[in-house]
Design a protein around this ligand. Structure first.
Ligand SMILES: [Ca+2]
Length: 222
């Protein structure tokens, strides 16, 4: 597990960035992305280092300050380039936090909890992709800006699986991609709800013990 631990440390990311011109390389079935580590203009994403519960990795986390807590079109796209060595199915895991917000006198814990993701490049959807609740996301959804939700109240948690939301109740999709060996991809994360907070992200190969991988992220209070 020592090699996995290295893969999820901040210093390793910096070194790999220097060597590979900011392209993140998959290693041991893991693509680990520090979301504050991007060359894109942050726009309405702000770098924070306030110590929320469970703390943050690397330099801090990004909080979206545009739109409203409940909705908004994709804004301030941030780009991350990565390469894949090992072909296969990769699940998107996001370490994120939301916030309880008062809207028109009512406390709401179902807002400030999402952003948009899309991936550009030569990949496929999962083998069980379908246009129905709890199915693997179809290719069209993976390639366009799609809402992804999660987080605990001012507490960073990992979320994955049935988190893509194309709209409507009981209409979610699993965030999984079939990436190909030797290909380079671009992840684009855009802001949706105000006050949503994102720390880091991992694409984890289906062969890897994902909960164990999540636990290996090095945060500032460890
Ligand atoms: Ca971070």
């Amino acid at each position: 597990m020592k090699r996995l631990l290295t893969a999820l440390s901040c210093s390793t990311i910096s070194i790999s960035s220097l060597l590979a011109a900011d392209t993140i390389e998959e290693s041991n079935g893991i693509v680990f992305i520090e979301l504050e580590d991007t060359d894109s203009r942050l726009g309405k994403w702000k770098l924070r280092d306030t110590n929320l519960k469970n703390s943050f990795s690397c330099k801090g986390y990004l909080e979206f300050t545009g739109n409203t807590p409940s909705k908004g079109a994709p804004e301030s796209p941030l780009e991350y380039t990565f390469t894949i060595n090992k072909d296969g199915l990769y699940f998107l895991h996001l370490r994120c936090a939301k916030e309880t917000v008062e809207i028109r006198g009512k406390e709401r814990d179902d807002v400030a909890n999402d952003c948009y993701f899309r991936v550009e490049g030569n990949f496929e959807a999962g083998p069980k992709a379908a246009d129905k609740h709890r199915a693997q996301a179809p290719l069209e959804l993976l390639k366009q800006d799609t809402k992804f939700f999660g987080g605990a109240d001012n507490e960073f948690v990992w979320v994955s699986g049935n988190r893509f939301d194309p709209g409507g109740h009981n209409n979610k999709r699993i965030a999984v991609y079939h990436f190909k060996a030797g290909e380079t991809y671009k992840l684009v994360m855009s802001g949706r709800s105000q006050s949503f907070k994102v720390d880091c992200l991992a694409f984890i190969h289906a062969d890897q013990p994902s909960k164990k991988v999540e636990s290996l992220v090095q945060t500032s209070n460890k």
